[in-house]
Design a protein around this ligand. Structure first.
Ligand code: ATP
Length: 317
């Protein structure tokens, strides 16, 4: 039964995946009947901020000999590591991460079409090494741009109209995993996370950011993409405004970061739902119990094990 399959998948999954791209090379035996023949296989981990996407991506990459491709449009830049929630090196457990903190924030804002090209290079490189690409990150417009069959920058899949029609066709064979957390619970969790980020140095990091900005002739146009990170606009008043440095200004900045983080999460869920409505086969994993209690057991049971079973199945298909 299903229970056995899930349990068995947890204990029997190979640490080094048996999956190899070589089996899909010309003359290989994996021609598929549904138009997927010859396409690279990609696992895509979606979800709102704070749901544990990055952690799941590392776990899957570890289990299936994969490498992670970041799809967060702010985390692609160097800088503001705490404010943008980049996964620290020690939590990456030796898993290679691509497009994470690689871009110079002074180079300008990254258009989705450029991300599509960069992601394709990363995915081809990973698959070429016989490894599994695992895309993870909260920018669903970038995920869409990266994996859609044909990309038209003038048409957004998130707005009504033409953009939605062709959006379901994909250029990779994708396993979409959606880590979802109940909105009210996630909101509370995100408020706590903002406090943790402040304790972990977010405010000092932003102080340096504004100092460097003040020293630059480009001013606030210096980092067009990174400057949109939550925290920058919210703390500008605290560092540069009339009431700078006051407790009231600090509290106002923190409240704004919390509110905008919640808004970001809500927007991300809407976009993911939209991609599901368009026909992307999303496998939803309910991480509410895991995230609410920071509960390892619930994470294994509700997220890690079913995700690994889904990927295992995906790689066998
Ligand atoms: P759009 O470009 O239409 O906003 P998107 O899906 O590309 O869609 P999101 O990734 O949802 O955009 O990000 C929207 C905004 O949320 C960003 O411009 C930024 O202000 C904020 N944001 C997103 N990711 C982060 C992050 N990792 N750290 C801080 N702020 C972020």
């Amino acid at each position: 039964g299903r229970g056995f399959f899930v349990g068995a998948a947890a204990s029997l999954l190979p640490q080094q995946s048996l999956w190899r791209r070589s089996s899909c090379r010309p003359g290989g035996c994996c021609v598929r009947g549904n138009g997927d023949a010859g396409k690279e296989s990609v696992v895509v981990v979606m979800g709102a901020t704070g749901t544990g996407k990055s952690k799941l991506a590392v776990e899957l990459a570890t289990k299936f000999a994969g490498e992670v491709v970041n799809s967060d449009k702010i985390q692609v830049y160097r800088g503001l590591d705490v404010a943008t929630n980049k996964m620290p090196m020690e939590e990456r457990r030796g898993v290679a991460h691509h497009l994470l903190g690689e871009l110079d924030p002074a180079a300008g804002e990254l258009p989705p079409a450029a991300f599509r090209e960069m992601a394709a290079r990363a995915i081809d490189g990973i698959a070429g090494r016989g490894r599994l690409p695992v895309m993870a990150g909260g920018s669903n417009s970038l995920i869409h741009a990266a994996v859609v069959g044909s990309f038209d920058p003038r048409r957004s899949p998130f707005e009504d109209g033409e953009g939605r029609k062709a959006a379901a066709a994909l250029r990779y064979r994708c396993c979409f995993l959606w880590v979802d957390v109940d909105a009210a619970e996630l909101g509370e969790q995100l408020d706590r996370r903002v406090e943790e980020m402040a304790a972990a140095g977010m405010v000092e990091e932003l102080r340096r950011y504004f100092e460097e900005e003040a020293a630059s002739t480009a001013g606030d146009r210096r980092h067009p993409g990174l400057g949109k990170a939550i925290g920058v606009a919210e703390f500008r008043e605290y560092f540069q405004g009339e009431g700078r440095g006051t407790p009231a200004a600090f509290e106002a900045a923190m409240a704004a970061v919390k509110a905008n983080t919640r808004r970001l999460a809500e927007g991300q869920v809407k976009k993911i739902q939209r991609l599901g409505e368009m026909g992307w086969p999303l496998r939803r994993l309910d991480a509410t119990a895991a995230v609410v209690g920071s509960a390892t057991e619930a994470w294994e049971r509700d997220v890690a094990v079913p995700a690994a079973a889904a990927v295992d199945q995906f790689l066998k298909e």
